[in-house]
Design a protein around this ligand. Structure first.
Ligand code: ZN
Ligand code: ZN
Ligand code: ZN
Ligand code: ZN
Length: 220
């Protein structure tokens, strides 16, 4: 009979040791931040590194290095035309309020997205599981959102204000003469077809933001 032991499981270390988020009681203390903790926000990692029983200065340095590396990888992908990584890794969004407390509770790294500002499939799925309220109003929908003309939320009596809007015959969407909508990236936004039909009509800016083509807050 063989006395060989099965190989030991891969070591699970984390620089946050017993304060690591991966499971109750954390991990053994090790030289690197574990992949699970690396998915936390800057805000959350800074907080952990400040409120620690370990070497705070060292942990803050590791956090700093992690985000430098993340930014480097992000910029490199963009430069090489490899597309965009998940908004959770996007340096421009690292301080948005919802990101601060979003934890995908997963160890694998973020995936890529079609349009900058979207959540990767993993994060989107996890955010749905966690019923995160930011999904309602953010670029999180991997398939995009309905054009405001087709958004079921805009069937209230007061929506006639912006729908009737301007007296131009091309303002209102007419399914008989206008092409079908495509899904925009953001909630409360015109699809690009409706946008190109409407944007030249004078007074557009009364109802929609001219840059993002989203409906102004006051009409929502
Ligand atoms: Zn960890
Ligand atoms: Zn906090
Ligand atoms: Zn992600
Ligand atoms: Zn449309």
């Amino acid at each position: 009979m063989s006395t060989l032991m099965p190989p030991p499981p891969p070591p699970n270390y984390c620089a946050f040791g017993s304060e690591c988020s991966s499971r109750d009681g954390g991990q053994e203390e090790g030289p690197h931040i574990c992949s699970r903790c690396k998915n936390l926000s800057r805000h959350e990692l800074d907080r952990k590194a400040i409120n620690t029983t370990y070497d705070s200065a060292h942990l803050r340095l590791l956090v700093e290095e992690h985000f430098k590396q993340l930014k480097k990888e992000y910029d490199e992908r963009v430069k090489r035309g490899w597309g965009f990584s998940c908004i959770c890794t996007d340096p421009d969004y690292k301080n948005v309020p919802w990101r601060r407390h979003f934890d995908p509770e997963d160890s694998s790294p973020c995936g890529t997205v079609r349009n900058r500002g979207q959540l990767c499939k993993r994060c989107y799925t996890k955010a749905r599981e966690q019923q995160c309220s930011f999904l309602i109003d953010f670029d999180g929908d991997r398939e995009g959102f309905p054009c405001v003309w087709e958004d079921p939320r805009y069937n209230r009596p007061q929506d006639e204000n912006w729908k009737r809007g301007l007296s131009d015959p091309n303002w209102q969407k007419d399914p008989r003469k206008h092409p079908n909508c495509v899904r925009p990236n953001r909630s409360n936004q015109l699809c690009r077809r409706c946008y190109s039909r409407m944007v030249e009509i004078s007074g557009f800016g009364v109802y929609f933001c001219e840059n993002s083509s989203t409906l102004h807050e006051r009409w929502r």
